[in-house]
Design a protein around this ligand. Structure first.
Ligand code: KG4
Ligand code: ZN
Length: 346
């Protein structure tokens, strides 16, 4: 089954063609970062307008590249939520309209399910259920037990900022642009890991929830003190970035191991934009080896938002006969536990 996937939930336009037999045939991503940078964050109206400009030309490109015509496509999957309502509407309206014109089924995909399944895009992916997934993006930090597609049990989540959001805010404090995660990571490479030790929030309390607001305040206070002492030079900024990054990734690691132990599970998936973080990937790689478990990671380009993950997630559900009716419905807020299971489907 050949599925066209469309992702427009935030500030990247992603499109892809995924075939359940042949794998990923083509994908394209257009990032709007340059459009939003002067505002220090994503401006929803600008995002929607840019998706309108970019989505159709990108779809044309991938269909040409893959040598695929309209008659070859068996289904259309688009991100239906969570995300920015206007941005979602662009992809959903277009996806639904194309499916109607091509007389194939259409399906609204949950963006976080797309992230969660992104490791499956690897050709040699051998991932069995159950597993624990850490979803870490700009809007979510969630630990989930996964027993199958659509069988999700929320084990813990952030009570305030998401991990990616904390990275973005820390970057801002250090005078860097949005999105700050990759910039903090780059700056932290030259930092001295022993100069500061930032707190690991909520690791001494039982449970699997996260909170990053205290760490954010701690970072802000450290930056302010350095500014006051007039010694916030490049090395000092790097040292702060390093302490911040270590605190976040260490906290994520501690909670992942706790979740695996609690659930008696040995496989861990990490996905979402922050899973592109090299230090987090390395730390978890070692930790999983120590416990004799296995870590599954999407390729770096499929950690952040992309169309391939939506085409893949959509293909799994469409192939089981799921589809939406003609109404164009998006859900800016959409709890993952509400997704239907595929168990018992054809
Ligand atoms: O999944 P994503 O592309 O979009 C959302 O669904 O939110 O995640 C974007 C988030 C941003 O907060 C960005 O700063 C963070 O992922 N991010 C990173 C890295 N790359 C992206 N955070 C830490 N280290 C990175 N290398
Ligand atoms: Zn995302």
């Amino acid at each position: 089954m050949l599925v066209l996937g469309i992702e427009t939930s935030c500030d990247e336009t992603g499109v892809a063609l995924y075939d359940t037999e042949r794998g990923l045939l083509a994908d394209r991503l257009y990032s709007q970062v340059a459009l939003h940078v002067e505002y220090g964050g994503v401006v929803p109206e600008l995002a929607s307008r840019d998706h309108i400009r970019k989505t159709i030309p990108l779809i044309d490109e991938i269909m040409t590249e893959a040598g695929v015509g309209a008659a070859d496509v068996d289904g259309v999957a688009y991100t239906a939520g969570p995300g920015l309502v206007g941005a979602l509407m662009v992809g959903a309206t277009l996806g639904r309209a194309l499916a109607y014109a091509w007389q194939v089924p259409a399906l609204g995909v949950h963006h976080m399910e797309g992230h969660l399944l992104a490791p499956m895009l690897a050709e040699d992916a051998q991932l069995d259920y159950p597993f624990v997934a850490l979803l870490v993006s700009g809007g979510h930090t969630q630990l989930i037990r996964v027993d199958g597609i659509g069988e999700y049990k929320m084990l813990g989540e952030s009570l305030d900022d998401a991990a990616g959001e904390a990275f973005d805010k820390a970057a801002k404090m250090l005078g860097m642009d949005y999105p700050g995660g990759p910039l903090i990571a780059k700056l932290a490479e030259g930092g001295d890991p022993d100069r500061y030790r930032f707190p690991r929030p909520m690791v001494n309390k039982p449970g699997l929830d996260f909170s990053f607001s205290g760490l954010k305040t701690y970072t802000l206070n450290t930056v302010a003190a350095a500014r006051e002492a007039e010694n916030l030079d490049d090395q000092h900024r790097a040292d702060i970035a390093c302490a911040f990054e270590l605190a976040v990734v260490d906290t994520l690691k501690i909670k992942c191991l706790r979740a695996l132990k609690q659930e008696g599970v040995k496989s861990l998936v990490i996905a979402g934009g922050v899973s592109a973080n090299v230090r987090l990937r390395a730390l978890l790689e070692v930790a999983m080896e120590e416990i004799g478990g296995e870590l599954f990671l999407p390729a770096p380009k499929y950690c952040t938002d992309n169309g391939a993950m939506i085409a893949y997630a959509g293909s799994q559900r469409l192939a089981c006969g799921q589809s939406d009716d003609l109404a164009v419905t998006v859900r800016p807020r959409w709890p993952m536990e509400e997704l239907p299971s595929l168990r018992g489907s054809v």
